[in-house]
Structures are given as structure tokens and as C-alpha cells.
Unconditional design. Structure first.
Length: 172
């Protein structure tokens, strides 16, 4: 069964230069349809967009960011209070950037392995005029990615091995 919302969202993403692939189902998240989206270069951010089985009246836009092994090791050197303070700062920044997002530090703020930021779109919002709002929501998620990366790099700067001062690119 074709989903009008899926067709519109997919068309708009492709028109704007996003890379769109069919989302592979997983045991943790069941959905009616889903797409794996990558923002156009130069910054490649991965966002999942899907219609959950249990809530067929909406679409979820989900950013998931894994904490690098280097940042996990740097966090592990802190006491629990220090890790909680860092996680609280990160959450505060993300909530300030998007007070309508659902945000989670997983599995918990003392031992962060990943951060997820989600936005909900209701089917009845999506019409031909919704494209600018969709792109705005995607920009909120891209900015959330940048907040996560910059907050980790602020507190735990890790310079990639082999990067010289003459380099003009940034590694994330």
C-alpha cells in the first residue's frame, strides 16, 4: 500500500540532494516504511525517517550519534559526577536548540554510548506546502549533530593522528 506522506517526503529529499535508501528493518524498531537519509555534502549526517507500526498517524525523524571509542575512554577517566555533569550540559544545549525534540542519552547519562534526537511529524500536517517545514526540521537535527560533536570536542578534544596544521579540512 502506497503512503502519500512517504512519497512526498522521499520526493522532496531527493529533489534537495539528500541520499535516500530504504531503511533496513531491525528487531528494536518496527515500522510500516522507513528511509535512511544522508545529508548532501560537505557534511554527511545520517537521519532515519520512518512510520512506526504502533503509531501509523505519524512519521519520526531520528538522529542517532554514537560516542566514539576515544570519547568513551575520556569519559571513563572521569568520576560518575563528572560524567553526569557532562551529560547534563549536553542535554541542556540540545534542549535549548530544540525544545520539541525527544532527546535521550543511551544507555544512561553516567555511561553514554550514544545520543538520539527525534522529531515527530503528524500525517495530517504533510501537504504540498510542508516541504520548507520538513527541511527546517532536518536542519534542527543536523544542528543537533553539530552540538553533540562540538560539545564532546570542547570537553575532550581529540586531534586525529596524522592531521597537520596545514590541513584545511575538519574531521568529525
Amino acid at each position: 500500500m502506497s503512503d502519500k506522506v512517504q512519497n512526498l517526503i522521499t520526493k522532496w529529499l531527493i529533489d534537495e540532494g539528500f541520499e535516500v535508501k530504504k531503511l533496513t528493518p531491525s528487531p528494536q524498531v518496527r515500522f510500516k516504511w522507513g528511509v535512511d537519509v544522508f545529508t548532501p555534502p560537505p557534511l554527511r549526517v545520517n537521519i532515519k525517517i520512518f512510520k512506526p507500526d504502533e503509531r501509523p498517524d505519524r512519521v519520526i525523524l531520528l538522529l542517532g550519534v554514537g560516542v566514539s571509542p576515544e570519547h568513551q575512554a575520556a569519559l571513563a577517566r572521569l568520576k560518575d559526577e563528572g560524567r553526569l555533569k557532562f551529560s547534563s550540559k549536553l542535554l541542556s544545549r540540545l534542549i535549548t536548540a530544540c525544545n520539541t525534540c525527544s532527546i535521550a542519552i543511551q544507555p544512561n547519562p553516567i555511561d553514554p554510548k550514544g545520543v538520539s534526537v527525534g522529531l515527530t511529524i503528524f500525517d495530517d500536517e504533510v501537504d504540498e506546502a510542508f516541504k520548507p517545514r520538513l527541511l527546517s526540521k532536518l536542519m534542527v537535527l543536523v544542528n543537533s549533530f553539530l552540538i553533540i560533536v562540538s560539545t564532546f570536542n570542547e570537553d575532550f578534544p581529540i586531534i586525529p593522528k596524522g592531521s597537520g596544521r596545514e590541513s584545511t579540512t575538519t574531521t568529525m
